[in-house]
Design a protein around this ligand. Structure first.
Ligand code: ADP
Length: 556
């Protein structure tokens, strides 16, 4: 990194400047909204990544007027703010900044669902609104509408995830793509609406491009503004829905599977964001790392991995996705999937009726030995393990956009704690960092990326966790996770080295990341100097005091 980048890093206000700014913020928005110490500040200082940066303070405005005041005071004192909506950006840094001493601006209290438009299927929400909150609200008041979610934290923010361009699970999985019409507080304290005029524009939440230069993108993966409200498109509840899972029989057929998924997507047969996961991902969902091996092996020995896969009935790669539409459409898509995939492995379909029966069987199995033996028999007849039968209803419902705590628990794969009912990997010191490069969706490209990365995991002795997420019909995110023990300094160091090497190796081969954690943001500077210089010109114009998330995505 050039020397100028290092010296330019703007820390948040330190010492007396910071104290004076916090005092003024407390006077302006209330002392109860400014935390220079205490449990709430400790909470946002925790993250699953190695060595998270320490925040200096936490500010929790109650509305957008408070946000404007905080921004104006920060600008006056030159104090750096790090905005988060819910701060559940697990594996990418949670609520922590990319530098020490940030003032975390937590927007969780701005949690109003301001409008739901039934006719046009959109909602207008504030940044503190979570997936769980929005879905519950829709189920109660607008049952004809669904929202998308991720298979991550149900209490993550709908707007926060979208601004970091997170990916969901339904055909509305492109979360930033389905945001429409933003209200933004600029680093000067001015407030704008994206999309251009006229005032009270009728199409603010229906016409994403607005008129004139498209500015909405400037506020995602960036540090040019704080989004205080947004329109989010909702899904009209389909007449019929089914989910499918598919177990690939032979590892060597993975490129064929990727090409098949692409063709099905390009022809419009597959519309939801299908996920293809490897054996380690499936094991993380179904079980935990054997406790007796935790301190002896940072990577599952080959024979243990093989045994676990056999025990839990896990295939080398499995695919899952949702199908929605009219009953006739769902029937036809099932037929096309059978035709395309039957020769490559085993395909299973689920609908609400079969999931209801499985759920009842699972409940019976939890209550009695007779239930357990029937569940074992049923699972065996379907070529599955009883644990997979337990997972099936969760998979089916998350593919309908219903958020679930079930999948977040997989972050506890390498935890010394058992998987808790309410997962919080930050609280429980789980060691986890995402690395998420993206490839053109061809079997050739995806295999090349896997071939580049897998040996590095082996070399650094970590399990190779890889999930292939269909981002659109042409691109596939190759999401990898490094699971490490946070209480083992040597493992933490190795996890950091592996992350750096993955960044270097993939960048050298022309693969970019679809989203970057706070620990890896500076690599953007090294690899694309012209782009960064352009972004810095914008930054200098919009944020002359450099107070908003300096260094985020490499932009200062
Ligand atoms: P989630 O809780 O959904 O995981 P976060 O609040 O952790 O989302 O935010 C994810 C990323 O998006 C972070 O980099 C954060 O700085 C940015 N971000 C979140 N909310 C806002 C917002 N309202 N305005 C600007 N940036 C935001």
């Amino acid at each position: 990194m050039p020397e100028s980048d290092r010296t330019e890093t703007v820390p948040a206000g330190e010492g007396s400047k910071l104290q004076a700014a916090l005092k003024q913020m407390a006077a302006a928005i209330g002392a109860e909204s400014v935390h220079a110490r205490g449990a709430q500040l400790d909470r946002v200082a925790r993250a699953t990544i190695p060595d998270p940066k320490k925040p200096a303070a936490l500010v929790t405005p109650k509305d957008s007027a408070d946000v404007v005041q905080v921004v104006r005071i920060a600008s006056q004192y030159g104090v750096a703010l790090w905005p988060v909506s819910q701060g559940r950006n697990w594996g990418y840094g949670s609520a922590t900044a990319c530098h020490d001493n940030a003032v975390v601006l937590h927007l969780g209290r701005l949690n109003q669902i301001l409008e739901v438009n039934e006719e046009l299927a959109y909602a207008v929400i504030e940044p503190g609104v979570t997936y769980r909150q929005l879905r519950t609200f829709l189920e109660l008041h607008h049952p004809d509408l669904w929202c998308d979610c991720t298979d991550g934290p149900p209490d993550g923010s709908v707007i926060g995830n979208a601004l970091d361009r997170g990916l969901g699970v339904t055909h509305y999985a492109d979360h930033f793509g389905t945001l429409c019409g933003l209200e933004v507080v600029l680093p000067t304290g001015d407030v704008i609406r994206t999309g251009g005029g006229p005032p009270d524009c009728q199409t603010w939440h229906t016409h994403k491009w607005g008129v004139g230069p498209h500015t909405e993108g400037l506020f995602s993966q960036s540090n040019l503004g704080i989004v205080t409200r947004a329109g989010v498109w909702l899904i009209r509840k389909p007449e019929a829905f089914a989910s499918f899972t598919f177990d690939l029989a032979r590892v060597a057929d993975l490129p064929r599977l990727v090409d098949t998924v692409r063709e099905l997507a390009l022809r419009g047969v597959l519309q939801s964001a299908c996920h293809v996961v490897n054996d380690v991902v499936a094991l993380c969902v179904l079980t935990q790392y054997p406790g007796d091996l935790l301190d002896r092996h940072s990577r599952l020995p080959d024979d243990v991995l093989r045994d676990l896969c056999r025990r839990y009935g896990v295939a080398p790669w499995s695919l899952g996705g949702g199908i929605q539409g009219t009953a006739a459409t769902v029937r036809e898509v099932k037929r096309q999937l059978r035709r395309a995939l039957a020769s490559l492995g085993r395909l299973t379909f689920l609908d609400d009726r079969s999931v209801g029966l499985i759920s009842r069987l699972n409940q019976w199995s939890a209550r009695s030995a007779a239930g357990r033996s029937v569940a074992r028999w049923v699972a065996g007849a379907a070529g599955k393990s009883p644990e997979m039968l337990q997972a099936a209803p969760h998979i089916h419902s998350v593919l309908k956009g219903i958020p679930s705590d079930y999948f977040v628990r997989h972050a506890y794969f390498k935890s010394r704690l058992p998987k808790p009912e309410l997962a919080d990997p930050d609280r429980d010191d789980c060691g986890l960092v995402w690395f998420a490069p993206i490839a053109p969706m061809t079997g050739r490209h995806v295999s090349e990326l896997l071939r580049l990365c897998e040996p590095l995991f082996e070399q650094h002795r970590f399990d190779f966790y890889a999930a292939l997420l269909m981002q659109n019909a042409r691109s596939m995110i190759v999401l990898m996770s490094i699971f490490f023990l946070k209480d083992d300094p040597e493992q933490v160091l190795r996890a950091k080295r592996l992350y750096e090497e993955l960044c270097r190796a993939t960048t050298a081969d022309g693969y970019q990341q679809y989203r970057i954690g706070v620990g890896g943001m500076d690599q953007l500077i090294a690899s694309t100097p012209e782009f960064v210089s352009f972004a810095r010109t914008l930054k200098a114009a919009v944020d002359p005091s450099k107070i908003l998330a300096p260094g985020k995505y490499g932009i200062r």
